[in-house]
Design a protein around this ligand. Structure first.
Ligand code: ADP
Ligand code: MG
Length: 888
């Protein structure tokens, strides 16, 4: 790991050298662009787009584009990109990670590369860590893009009940009277936001939009364009810290819990051997004819039966309840397979005998057992779609990132994302003093010492920022400070916007701010507090009010430099870390809050032997050293060797976490390939692929399979009875080919004739209901099968993963098992889709009220411009009205 870092710094120098000529060229264009009128500057964009059209590459036009962007920034927001910021911009354009310290102006840096890449017209995304920054940064940089004739939008999560999937477009011609912070943010749709040249948003919103798009049933519902280029801000946080939890869209399974109870009750009235049989070895159980007849009778009596035969597709859902109830009743034993505790059914691990808390059997079996045990039947939530951030961000044609702290994780960025890290020098030399750690015997003494130090600085008037590792610890410190009567602010990353306001003032004289490590990330701490903002004339229609506001601002502006200088004189912001975090990166983040843009500042970490990292990973060495150094209860020791061993412990933990995340990626890669195939299929369906050909060839295959198995050579004579039964689940009976006539034909002829018959029926249907309707029906049937079975597949893969992990005990690599079995599951998924489609397609009715019901469609949306009445049965075959189903 350390060797890796060494080579990183060497190659870094070389890399920076290589970029110098590009910076020089950009600089040389500056005098020229400075002379342009605003309109001429805007026209640069068209000129550059034209150059791209004429075959020049983005690299060719980079200096001209950067020069234009820099000039636009200077004119609009009064910030001219520094040379080091140009370097950062080039690195971002090259699809790498720019490591730039906090306060170096990464928000501004991104505009260069976003502008350049947006010239291709393919849309660029800037990914922020929270929704507040998604709005702030788009709005803050908005004037730059606008001056260049590009559009910029922001997407963010719902803030209040009436804004669903909110999005805003920066538009200076629009003014929202009520919004005093961001008046020129025009509400737009998500789609419009993605149509903008540049879109800012959080990782979650981008990822969820991607998943939602892939659940849409009409192309017109897609909001995203193909994923072209993204810059991820605070990239370590998003691609490393957040990468441990995937994005999941889940829905509460729609289920009638009462049915579980009904079936549990009915099942107890069946008799073993007479009504059902058990095959112990395979752990299977089957209903006999007699059992079936009884069930049909009881269900008819209860009004649940939709068609006379239980195995009619219309009763599909019922058979699932039935199978589960039977299994639950005869195969699963209380206190062997599961226990019942406090009204919950808890699975017992068959390998270890341990209770598997929180885990549930899938597909309704758990509920069936709950019903059997007469405890409350729980509603289950199902995963409809899921993706890890690793795999979402790999979908972009080009990916780049920026953060203050990436170098320590360079290896991971490289291995998982193929992202290189380039360390960009600071604009002004860094003068912050980082003091060596102070090590205490226990946490109690440590916190007391921290409080004393805060008190000292506070009395001097120096602002102090204290980082804690958890909300709990920050509250603990807060209590200590309260007892000492030291006024302070507590932040814990719950309300980003409010925190931004507080942290922006953390540089005031005497300010004491206690924060967890994420709190206020992305917000600049300026010594002396935030500079007063000049009010805008147009925001004050009333002349008097304007005068008053403006005078107030003038007064504050005169005060501000005094305040600023005073804090500088005192030594700037002092940062205290109350514990070493598991990753050095996070500690560096905290330190980096001080000493921005050449500001003076200092930092110190306080450590105790009871701290998690020290305790778990380096405790003995640190302790040994301390004993050697002559350790006493109350005097802390401060020695670079101790800091070193703690750092080594951190490196160990980082490595461990990397392995965990790598593991997640290895697993997700398996499902990811499946997802690619399925999403690709979906997309083709929506784009109007010829489904008729597809579906008919599926029908053909299914028929061939059926005939082949009932006329198999292994049988003494062909099993026409089962063939007839099976066929009945696909097609209405053929007048020509049936139980009476099969024996007159050879197997090949049977297949031939059946296929002919199926095709004929299909054409007939098409003539009856019209080509347009049948195309819609094909699409909906395919989508529904694909989506339902894909959802089940996700659950199955999840279970497989849990099972695979058990193989570790048998010295078999779980990932090998997972890959192999996963492949088999995927094959059976494609087979099931075919089976499902073929068994639905001939049964779907558009024109009658009652259609045979199969599984519930889980996606509801309106296909555009098609003619299905709202009260008609849904063409997807669910049996519900269109308005309650796909037309919802
Ligand atoms: P980072 O994201 O790198 O921590 P920010 O983008 O939040 O930094 O910017 C930090 C501060 O530096 C902001 O107040 C911004 O206005 C200022 N800043 C950045 N670049 C420039 C520049 N070229 N000229 C003047 N001020 C700048
Ligand atoms: Mg930032």
């Amino acid at each position: 790991m350390l060797k890796w870092l060494g080579s990183l710094t060497d190659s870094n120098e070389k890399e920076l050298k290589r970029l110098e000529p590009i910076v020089d060229e950009t600089n040389s264009l500056e005098p020229e662009v400075q002379k342009l009128s605003d309109a001429e500057l805007r026209a640069k964009t068209d000129e550059l787009k034209a150059r791209l059209k004429n075959g020049e590459t983005l690299d060719d036009i980079l200096p001209a584009a950067f020069a234009a962007c820099r000039e636009a920034a200077r004119r609009t927001i009064g910030e001219r990109h520094f040379d080091v910021q140009l370097i950062g911009g080039i690195v971002l354009h090259q699809g790498k990670i720019a490591e730039m310290k906090t306060g170096e102006g990464k928000t501004l840096v991104a505009t260069l590369s976003l502008y350049l890449n947006a010239l291709s017209g393919d849309g660029c995304h800037l990914v922020t860590v929270n929704d507040y920054l998604a709005r702030r940064d788009a709005y803050w940089m908005g004037p730059i893009y606008h001056a260049l004739g590009l559009t910029v939008a922001s997407i963010y999560p719902q803030q209040n009940p009436d804004e669903h999937l909110p999005a805003r477009l920066y538009d200076p011609d629009y003014t929202d009277e009520k919004d005093t912070r961001w008046p020129h943010f025009k509400p737009v749709s998500r789609q419009q936001a993605y149509q903008a040249d540049i879109t800012y948003g959080t990782n979650n919103e981008f990822g969820f939009d991607y998943l939602r798009d892939n659940m849409a049933i009409d192309l017109s519902q897609y909001v995203q364009r193909p994923l072209n280029y993204a810059i991820v801000d605070e990239v370590d946080n998003i691609l490393i810290d957040e990468a441990r939890t995937p994005l999941i869209i889940s829905g509460a399974a729609e289920e009638a819990t009462e049915k579980y109870n009904t079936f549990a009750r009915l099942i107890t009235q069946l008799k073993k051997d007479e009504d059902y049989t058990i095959e112990e070895k395979e752990r299977q159980t089957y209903l006999t004819e007699s059992g079936m007849t009884k069930m049909e009778k009881w269900l008819r009596r209860d009004g649940l039966l939709k068609a006379p035969s239980l195995y009619d597709p219309a009763n599909y859902i019922l058979t699932q309840y039935l199978e589960n109830a039977l299994k639950a009743s005869v195969l699963f034993k209380r206190d062997r397979d599961y226990v019942v505790k406090d009204g919950n059914v808890i699975i017992v691990d068959e390998f270890t005998g341990r209770l598997m808390l929180g885990r549930r059997y899938s597909e309704g079996l758990h509920q069936a057992i709950e019903a059997k045990e007469r405890v409350k039947v729980q509603r289950e939530s199902v995963t409809l779609a899921t993706i890890t951030f690793q795999n979402y961000f790999r979908l972009y044609k080009k990916l780049a990132g920026m953060t203050g702290t990436a170098a320590t994780e360079a290896e991971e960025f490289h291995k998982i994302y193929k992202l290189e890290v380039v360390i960009i020098p600071t604009n002004k030399p860094m003068v912050r003093v980082d003091n060596p750690d102070q090590i205490y015997k226990d946490e109690e003494t440590k916190f007391k010492a921290v409080a004393r130090e805060i008190e000292t600085f506070h009395q001097q008037g120096r602002p102090v920022l204290i980082g804690t590792v958890s909300i709990e610890k920050s509250e603990k410190l807060g209590d200590l400070l309260k007892r000492k009567g030291i006024p302070h602010q507590l932040l814990n990353a719950k309300n980003h916007e409010k925190e931004a306001a507080i942290i922006a003032q953390a540089g005031h004289t005497g300010a004491v701010t206690v924060a967890t490590n994420m709190a206020g990330r992305g917000v600049d701490i300026i010594l002396g507090g935030k500079k007063p903002e000049e009010p805008k004339r147009e925001d004050f229609p009333d002349e008097q009010e304007w005068q008053k506001e403006h005078q107030k601002w003038q007064k504050e502006s005169r005060e501000w430099p005094k305040e600023h200088d005073k804090v500088i004189e005192l030594g700037g912001l002092h940062v205290i870390g109350t514990e070493r975090h598991e990753a050095r990166r996070i500690d560096n983040q905290l330190r980096g809050r001080s000493g921005r843009q050449g500001d003076p500042g200092s930092s110190r970490f306080y450590v105790s032997l009871e701290d998690d990292v020290v305790h778990r990973f380096g405790g003995d060495r640190v302790k040994g050293f301390m004993e050697w150094a002559g350790f006493d209860e109350n005097t802390p020791i401060e020695h670079s060797m101790v800091s070193k061993s703690i750092e080594n412990a951190q490196v160990k933990v980082e490595g461990y976490h990397f392995d965990v995340r790598k593991h997640l990626v290895d697993y997700d890669d398996v499902v990811n390939r499946h997802r690619e195939v399925i999403y690709d299929e979906r997309r083709k369906i929506l784009e109007g692929a010829d489904l008729k050909v597809n579906i008919l060839s599926m029908v053909r295959e299914e028929i061939e399979k059926l005939v082949a198995s009932s006329c198999s050579r292994d049988l003494i004579e062909p099993d026409f009875t089962s063939l007839t039964e099976e066929l009945a689940t696909i097609l209405p009976p053929s007048p020509e080919l049936n139980l009476d006539t099969f024996s007159r034909f050879k197997p090949d002829q049977i297949t031939e004739k059946l296929i002919e018959y199926a095709e004929h029926l299909y054409e007939q249907r098409e003539a009856e209901i019209g080509a347009e309707n049948i195309r819609l029906m094909e699409r909906l049937v395919m989508l529904r099968s694909l989506d339902n079975l894909w959802k089940d597949h996700l659950t199955a893969m999840d279970h497989l993963r849990q099972q695979a992990s058990l193989y570790a005990m048998k010295q078999v690599d779980p990932i090998v098992v997972y890959k192999k079995e996963g492949h088999a599951l995927f094959q059976s998924l494609t087979a099931s889709i075919q089976h499902d489609v073929v068994h639905t397609i001939f049964k779907v009715r558009i024109d009658k009220k009652e259609a045979p019901a199969q599984r519930q469609p889980q996606r509801a949306a309106v296909p555009s411009g098609k003619k299905v009445g709202r009260n008609q049965p849904c063409p997807c075959g669910s049996g519900k009205k269109y308005k309650h189903c796909c037309g919802r």
